[in-house]
Design a protein around this ligand. Structure first.
Ligand SMILES: [Zn+2]
Length: 139
């Protein structure tokens, strides 16, 4: 029969952070950086759409009836809130990159297991592994 694990060793093991290989860290960094670039492009595009809507409003609002002006204002507000949410996601990814440099990113906050690279690439703000996330959602 296996004896219970040496508590001293077990304690030390639990305290030590699991390590990720440099190659894996690089993969995560690349995934996060690619995501950030994507989001920035999306953000730029949204900004130019806002500018365009604004220009439209200035140039041909004279001929618009009130409903048209209302629609354009609404569109512009939607674009602005979209831009803000993209900006928030960019901030999240940048924070993740900073934490990655400090060695504090990519570990599940609940069980401490490494979060798979694919999951981080898909959800750069993920702080839980899939298993813990599913447990969380079930509650
Ligand atoms: Zn977990």
């Amino acid at each position: 029969m296996a004896k219970p694990a040496d508590t001293r060793t077990a304690g030390r093991k639990a305290a030590a952070k699991p390590t990720r290989s440099a190659a894996e860290t690089e993969k995560i960094r690349a995934a996060l950086a690619a995501r950030r670039d994507e989001l920035r492009a999306e953000y730029d595009q949204t900004l130019s759409e806002i500018t365009e809507l604004q220009r439209d409003r200035l140039t041909d609002s004279a001929g618009d009836d009130q409903a048209d002006t209302g629609t354009k204002t609404f569109e512009r507000e939607q674009e602005i809130s979209l831009a803000n949410s993209i900006l928030e996601r960019i901030t999240q990814v940048e924070r993740a990159l900073e934490r990655l440099d400090e060695g504090g990113y990519g570990w599940c906050e609940r069980c401490g297991n490494p979060i798979p690279v694919e999951r981080i690439a898909a959800f750069p703000s993920a702080t839980l592994c899939v298993t813990c996330k599913q447990l969380e959602e079930r509650r």
